[in-house]
Design a protein around this ligand. Structure first.
Ligand code: NOJ
Length: 915
């Protein structure tokens, strides 16, 4: 015990003085399965597909090694392959052992139940031969001109489209497939592995799986978060690659991560998207939660290919390696980038719809000290007229890091504190981590121990690791019974001091174990009695997030949308809440990389994400802090947060001017809340992210493919960050043929070119795309909740044909009634000098939503001044047209043609004609 405490204290001491220590984490060479896999040569796979048949609506086959004549094939253990196909261009391929001594782990609760209903029941398979009779393939129909192909010898699987002419995604085209089947230990064989004094017993021996995947017609690949690196993934092997580390997917608590590295961070989503000049995208997802390493291979990585490949198409080869599990992979044919996301989210689910307050600004720090501190911070926001919606409490609010408790001296009246905030329409979030203090007097620990709910160590005892509370154990969240138990801890009667305006933050759920190998749980720890941590490590945090979110839903009888922020994540996390990019640092490079990280998360469906505004570690110079607020105001999840050793940095602590700039940035977010909320709904329906890469909107524009300094908010706003100190100019590439309007000045800029723009401290460049209509709310209140009844402003940005269109979604911002149709969705079209608002709710559901909100202003960008009157129908009403300010109250600023006080209800159908 004493030694562990010493190690722990030493760990903390090291943490406070040093930055990222590469050597604390394994690289590929120190990871035997990765090293083994990477040493394989192309073409070394000798498996051939046999006994191809259709059964239960799937194509099945056996994979057996090609045995030289005269040798006995019966010795070989086959692998079983199955191909199933689903609506809208999705193929699933599974490969597992036929009969293994221990069932290999398959990740549960990630694929949504609706997915199975989209399965297309295969009836027939056809044979295709090329090269005479030698090259036999089995072909099945996929959808709309797409086919799935299993080539027999050598075994290869791919999808193709356009009447068989175009390969899209393939597996094992480079012959790197390898599947280490479970087996008995040979005499004298040693399976143990160790790293920095930690021994992994590896009782089941080698069991890794690896294979190559090729994307055709592709110039770039993206995705596979979480890494702090460029958005377009740089090659990791082959000509021109210096640091030869694959992208690692292994959920880790990485202290002071650097801004350009393939090392794995807190979450893992093994989903990759490709994109190319033709404007087409495709995707590949491996449902596997063991450690994964992925190489992106530079062109020419294999100077002498063993297998002849079609060379007419540009292609990106990748190499996927996992320590355990099975092959359970999904091919998505696209063809558009949004189609790929739709396909992926039809497997793993679309992002949940957040409450309105959660899309507004969050104020956090480690820690707000006590109730008085909370009250003062809250007051100061009001005094300075800065809106905010949520105040957060970090670990110090608890009684000795026992979650679900309060420090009685510092927070003696938690309910009253929350009620005071709630009276202003504000909310509170408290932190609840998965490590439970091993303290006999802590009822949660006693109960978890008695019920046998903890993850076990390799010897079968409750796993005991070090985290914030000291000696801790971790509930086995993979077990649904334990998840239900955990969820109930959030009921008001169990979480004493919690109220309906309190929501939750799940941190350290990789899980972080200070004295564990690589700061996490040993791989031989046991879940569900028999499943090793190595098999599901990357999903632990996901199950924890799920249990918490489900608990919050049950807390209010299914009537209230949960809000849970999680640090660790896996494929499917989008269904449970928001994530953030963990412990970043207050420097300019980290500001820049936050955009790549958020774009990547969005592309893999985790759209509700953000980075700590200001940077977690260190003290940002005021200029950096201001720039961070200006950028962060466009993150889907907008929260300021800081380490406990940093100086206080609430917005008013940097002088009047900086306070005004920060306030302006935050108010900008509140102004666009109706648009953000509309985009969250779009994500909820289609998976398409709130914040997206430019190429998602301009898929054939090559100049956008590796741009990760600018991004789109929805299809209508383009935002360019400012990432350097004292910047005087910013280069902004504006795609497309139409113009873009600066959202502050209304100035139009030509599309399809890069503009060198002067920047001031006031704001970062942001533009509304010509041809779009955006909803805003321009009055500033204390919180989003208090803006609910406020009127709207519509901003119409006209294109070269003097037309534009846009949408607005709204509902009660809180409940699940929208699922029964209780929402309003308007479609606005401007053409021939007339604005029309119509309803696009397809059918009326069981319940409905209504509001008396009106439109108070309509701003027309790109319209010539002159008209004086607009006619409103129905009702034959008139509204005045004048030159008005772009922002309410800014009368000295730029002006635009404005329809004043049209007064039409947002919920109604109407037209407004400019006379
Ligand atoms: C680590 C988290 O990443 C950070 O945001 C938090 O403040 C600390 N844990 C303390 O809870």
């Amino acid at each position: 015990m004493k030694i562990s405490i010493l190690i722990f204290l030493l760990f903390l001491a090291i943490q406070t003085v040093l930055s990222w220590k590469k050597e604390e984490f394994r690289n590929c060479n120190q990871t035997p399965f990765c090293k083994r896999a990477r040493s394989r040569k192309p073409g070394s796979c000798n498996l051939i597909a046999q006994d191809v048949t259709i059964s239960h609506g799937e194509l099945t086959a056996k994979l057996l090694p090609k045995i030289p004549q005269g040798q006995d094939q019966d010795q070989a253990k086959p692998l079983i392959l199955s191909i199933s196909v689903y609506q809208n261009g999705i193929m699933r391929l599974k490969i597992d052992e036929d009969a293994s001594p221990k069932k290999r782990f398959e990740v549960s609760d990630v694929i949504i139940s609706e997915f199975e209903s989209k399965k297309l029941w295969l009836q027939r398979v056809s044979d295709e031969r090329s090269d005479g009779d030698a090259d036999l393939s089995s072909v099945v129909f996929l959808s709309d001109g797409y086919e799935a192909v299993l080539r027999h010898d050598p075994f290869e699987v791919y999808v193709r489209g356009e009447q068989g002419n175009r390969r899209i995604v393939s597996l094992n085209s480079n012959g790197l497939f390898d599947f280490e089947q479970l087996r008995d230990k040979k005499e004298g064989e040693d399976w143990e592995e160790s790293f920095r004094g930690h021994t992994d017993t590896r009782p089941y021996g080698p069991q890794s799986v690896s294979f190559d995947v090729s994307f055709y017609g592709s110039d770039f690949v993206y995705g596979i978060p979480e890494h702090a690196t460029s958005f377009a993934l740089k090659p990791t092997r082959g000509p021109g690659v210096e640091e030869s580390e694959p992208y690692r997917l292994f959920n880790l608590d990485v202290f002071e991560y650097i801004h350009d590295s393939p090392f794995g961070l807190y979450g893992s989503i093994p989903f990759m998207v490709s994109h190319g000049k033709s404007g087409k995208s495709s995707g590949f997802f491996w449902l596997n939660a063991a450690e994964m390493q992925i190489d992106v291979l530079a062109s020419g990585w294999d100077a002498e290919p063993q297998i002849s490949m079609p060379t007419s198409q540009s292609r990106i080869d990748t190499f996927w390696m996992s320590e355990a599990g099975i092959v359970d992979v999904f091919f998505f044919v696209g063809p558009g980038p949004k189609d790929v996301i739709r396909q992926y989210t039809s497997v793993t689910g679309t992002p949940s719809m957040p409450q309105l307050f959660a899309t507004a600004y969050h104020q956090c720090r480690w820690n707000y000290r006590d109730e008085e501190d909370v009250e003062n911070v809250d007051l100061k926001f009001d005094e300075n007229d800065i809106p905010y919606d949520v105040l957060w409490l970090d670990i110090e609010h608890t009684d000795g890091k026992r979650y679900f408790t309060w420090d009685k001296l510092l927070f003696p009246h938690p309910e009253e504190m929350q009620r005071k905030l709630a009276a202003k329409g504000r909310h509170m979030v408290t932190i609840v981590d998965p490590h439970i203090k091993r303290d006999e007097s802590f009822s949660l620990h006693k109960e978890a121990t008695q019920k046998g709910y903890y993850v076990k160590d390799a010897s079968g005892k409750d796993f005991d690791g070090w985290c914030w509370p000291g000696s801790s154990s971790y509930p086995d969240m993979v077990n649904p019974e334990i998840r239900t138990w955990w969820g109930e801890k959030f009921f008001y009667e169990n979480y004493v001091g919690s109220t309906p305006s309190l929501y939750i933050w799940n941190d350290m759920n990789e899980p972080s174990v200070f004295n564990g190998p690589e700061v996490t749980m040993p791989r031989d720890a046991l879940h569900l009695g028999t499943v090793e941590s190595r098999e599901l490590h990357n999903a632990y945090g996901y199950y924890f997030h799920m249990a918490t979110a489900d608990g919050l839903v049950k807390r209010e009888d299914g009537k209230d949308r949960p809000f849970v922020l999680s640090r660790a994540f896996f494929a499917g996390s989008q269904r449970y809440g928001a994530v953030w990019t963990g412990d970043n640092t207050a420097d300019w490079d980290q500001l820049r990389v936050s955009v790549s990280m958020i774009l990547t998360l969005g592309l893999t469906a985790v759209t509700f994400s953000g980075a700590d505004v200001g940077g977690f570690f260190g003290n940002p110079e005021p200029e950096l802090l201001v720039r961070w607020y200006q950028l962060g105001a466009y993150y889907p999840f907008f929260r300021a947060h800081a380490h406990q050793d940093t100086k206080r940095r609430e917005p008013w602590l940097f002088g009047q001017r900086n306070m005004e700039l920060i306030r302006d940035a935050i108010r900008g977010r509140y102004m666009w809340l109706p648009y953000f909320y509309t985009l969250f709904r779009e994500a909820n329906v289609s998976g398409v992210p709130v914040v997206r890469p430019l190429w998602m909107e301009f898929p054939t524009d090559e100049a956008t493919f590796s741009n990760d300094e600018a991004f789109m908010v929805g299809n209508s706003l383009l935002v360019q960050g400012v990432y350097t100190e004292r910047a005087k100019y910013a280069s902004v590439y504006l795609p497309g043929k139409e113009s873009w309007y600066d959202i502050r000045t209304g100035t139009a800029y030509e599309g399809g070119t890069t503009h060198k723009l002067e920047v001031s401290e006031d704001s970062i460049p942001a533009f509304q795309r010509a041809g779009t209509i955006l909803p805003r709310k321009d009055r500033f209140r204390r919180s989003s909740t208090q803006m609910v009844h406020d009127p709207y402003t519509l901003v119409i940005a006209l294109n070269s044909s003097q037309t534009a269109e846009g949408e607005l979604y709204l509902d009660d911002g809180k409940s699940f009634d929208f699922k029964q149709g209780a929402y309003i969705q308007r479609h606005f079209v401007f053409s021939n000098g007339q604005l029309t608002s119509s309803n696009i709710v397809p059918t009326r559901g069981e319940s409905s939503f209504s509001t008396d909100c009106i439109i108070e202003r309509i701003i027309l960008l790109g319209h010539l001044p002159g008209p004086k009157i607009a006619l409103i129908e129905p009702g034959n009403q008139k509204a005045e047209i004048e030159m008005g300010p772009l922002r309410l109250g800014e009368h000295a600023g730029p002006a635009a043609v404005t329809i004043r006080k049209p007064g039409v209800r947002i919920a109604d159908d109407w037209t407004i004609k400019i006379l």
